[in-house]
Design a protein around this ligand. Structure first.
Ligand code: PMP
Length: 427
């Protein structure tokens, strides 16, 4: 690890949390230089929904490279891009009755968010974007302005402007409805909010602590933004592409976002790719008004198109929902066995969180889990939530093994925790 400490920037984060040098990966496993195998409950923060080196996707990729397929093409038309567009239309949009134009943006999630924010501002001629407490949308200045995390915001070095935070579902406790406040701010021309250019949200705030918006809250939010003609941007970067079960996490709510940001698992193979889905009448971009050199990695189109085979029937969705329930049940049992009542297990499908109150307990559990061969990260305020995010393709044995390690690690971490801090668990 010394090479990384000496030569790589201090900004690195995952190599600190998971101090091993990884060499190979397959399915839900990563292997380090010493040959130690780890179960992956991190999945590239959602970029590896179909597992590491998914054999079907890898074959398609290798065949494309072997045939000298175009790799880089700016936003020129290529057969790989056409295949992706046609398959996305046929497999994802058409069966759901959805009508969107696809904008290819720079390679990563924040590029999709930046493009969506710019377009919403252009469409409405307004400037301020409303976002939700504990949201995470990326670290470039536009996305950072709609991200809650104070440490990340400090990194901006300039004021983050044209954004305002409003409370997410559950922010004021399980019994407080947060939408009347938004409604009141919007209807009152003396509230100081003014009409926003957009409302941006995650249906489950993944980095913010696995905070789940209820279907009812999402539906009522949609009605409010419609009434005021505010474009609704749903950031599906982490919880889209089947993470919660359905391809789009918002599907069960029946809402229709105006703009949808997708990245991470849209390429299927962990290759960089990001897109914005745009309601057709909002697609008022002038040619080249938003661009970027890497808006079209054809390798990502090849694997992205191939990965859509998982969506030709509902097997993956059903399996994700089944496994999600398995994880939630197991976390619930584990909490009941080792923790005082009231500990929170929350999530949908294969994003599940276990919130642990005392300072650093969740971090310590993740550290002990890593020593035992499980990669799992902590998220949320004070890193207090363990986020279970395995590849959707993980089998039941892999899940059980990972959750077993998590339970052992929790037990050990609790045995080290001073009584005074443990009492916090009961509060
Ligand atoms: N939006 C959400 C919901 C995310 O989870 C992330 C990344 N964790 C981003 C945007 C930013 O994506 P990227 O890190 O690829 O820029």
């Amino acid at each position: 690890m010394e090479v990384f400490e000496q030569l790589e920037s201090g900004v690195r984060v995952y190599s600190r949390a998971f101090p091993a040098v990884f060499t190979t990966a397959s399915g839900h496993h990563l292997t380090d230089e010493q040959g130690k195998r780890y179960i992956d409950f991190l999945s590239g923060a959602g970029a590896l929904n179909y597992g590491h080196n998914n054999p079907y996707l890898k074959d398609r990729l290798l065949a494309y490279i072997a045939a000298d397929g175009v790799i880089h093409s700016l936003d020129m038309a290529t057969s790989a891009k056409r295949e992706f567009l046609e398959r996305f239309q046929k497999v994802i949009l058409a069966p759901r009755g959805l009508d969107y134009r696809v904008q290819f943006v720079g390679p990563t999630g924040t590029n999709a968010v930046e493009a969506a924010l710019k377009l919403a501002r252009k469409v409405t001629g307004r400037q301020t974007v409303a976002f939700f407490t504990q949201a995470y949308h990326g670290v470039t200045l536009g996305s950072l302005a709609v991200t809650g995390n104070a440490a990340k915001r400090r990194g901006a070095g300039v004021p983050l402007l044209y954004s305002v935070a409003v409370p997410f579902d559950g922010y004021l406790g399980p019994d407080a409805d947060t939408l009347p406040l938004l409604e009141r701010l919007l209807e009152d021309d003396h509230s100081g909010l003014g009409l926003p250019a957009a409302v941006i949200l995650e249906t489950i705030q993944a980095e913010g602590g696995v905070n789940v918006a209820s279907w009812d809250w999402l539906r009522r939010l949609e009605r409010i933004v419609r009434r005021y003609e505010i474009p609704l941007i749903v950031d599906e970067v982490q919880v889209g592409c089947g993470r919660t079960g359905p391809f789009f996490s918002f599907e069960p709510a029946g809402i229709r976002p105006d703009l949808i940001c997708l990245s991470k698992s849209i390429s299927g193979f962990g290759l960089p790719m990001a897109i914005v889905l745009i309601r057709p009448d909002l697609d008022i971009w002038e040619p080249g008004e938003h661009n970027g050199t890497f808006r079209g990695l054809n390798l990502s189109f090849v694997t992205g198109a191939a990965a859509l085979c998982y969506w030709e029937d509902d097997t993956l969705q059903r399996e994700t929902e089944r496994k999600g329930k398995l994880v939630a049940d197991r976390l619930g049992t584990l909490a009941a066995r080792h923790l005082p009542a009231g500990q929170v297990v929350r999530g949908r499908g294969l994003i599940q969180g276990l919130a642990l109150a005392p300072k650093r307990l969740a971090k310590r559990v993740a550290q002990l889990a890593f020593e035992r061969g499980l990669i799992i990260e902590t998220v949320g305020p004070r890193d207090s939530v363990l986020k279970v995010l395995p590849p959707l393709t993980i089998d039941d044995e892999g899940l059980a093994a990972g959750l077993g390690i998590l339970e052992d690690s929790l037990q050990e971490a609790l045995s080290e925790t001073p009584d005074a801090e443990l009492s916090l668990l009961a509060s």
